[in-house]
Design a protein. Structure first.
Length: 230
């Protein structure tokens, strides 16, 4: 086994369970414990955070580091890949199992700040594969909405005309909503929330939301109301 192949094999094993005894790793890789120690040092130099325990039963554990290991992704790309893997099962064609395994691999080595972003971005996807994804919603807006949902805080915002609306309609009056969920449908992002002024569910187009700061007070989500387009 070449050094590169052995490193990839070692990394793959470290990702499949929490703790690996050194002798067991050496046995699985058909090499010596000394070689395993050298390969662990090589992976550490590449940015992988691997903890070692000493003694006769000592071993190794792959932990999340302060930075994502070198996969040629920046933070936003890493989260985008993870979100895409979350939604991949909706595409069918046997993607579900592979997507779940790949998501587990990426999540295990993510820095905590990226895991928090990923956990906040709980998304339901409706539509079909191949729908065009518009570029008019930034990740920062999605993070802000996701964190507001997670904190159960009232969202204060202006709801504006679409950017492509030639009539240049003025801003709709400021609105207050208790945000519940983000939804991606046919290439667009929507926010499901309880409109406090209309006392009903509404679905808001995220590209039309201009948030005001600070957010409103915390709330307990209401139940049982109908929702209609906002």
């Amino acid at each position: 086994m070449t050094t590169t192949a052995r490193l990839l094999g070692l990394l793959s094993l470290l990702q499949t369970r929490r703790d690996w005894p050194g002798p067991l790793l050496a046995s699985r890789l058909e090499t010596s414990t000394r070689t395993v120690r050298r390969d662990v040092d090589r992976l550490r130099e590449m940015g992988y955070r691997i903890q070692a325990t000493m003694g006769p039963d000592g071993g190794y554990r792959l932990d999340a580091g302060s930075e994502l290991p070198p996969l040629l992704f920046d933070d936003d790309q890493a989260v985008a890949v993870a979100v895409a893997l979350q939604t991949a099962p909706a595409l069918g064609a046997g993607f579900a199992e592979a997507a779940i395994r790949a998501l587990g691999t990426i999540r295990q080595v993510m820095p905590s700040r990226l895991r928090h972003r990923l956990d906040a971005l709980e998304v339901t996807v409706v539509g079909r594969a191949g729908d065009k994804v518009p570029g008019d919603v930034s990740l920062e807006v999605l993070y802000m909405l996701a964190n507001t949902i997670r904190a159960r805080e009232v969202l204060r915002f202006d709801y504006v005309a679409r950017d492509d609306d030639a009539t240049n309609r003025p801003l709709v009056a400021p609105r207050r909503a208790e945000p519940l969920h983000l939804v991606a449908s046919h290439g667009r992002w929507y926010l499901l929330g309880w409109d406090l002024d209309r006392e009903d569910w509404r679905v808001y187009s995220v590209d039309r939301i201009r948030a005001r700061t600070p957010n409103g007070p915390r709330f307990t989500p209401p139940r049982g109301a109908r929702w209609r387009c906002g």
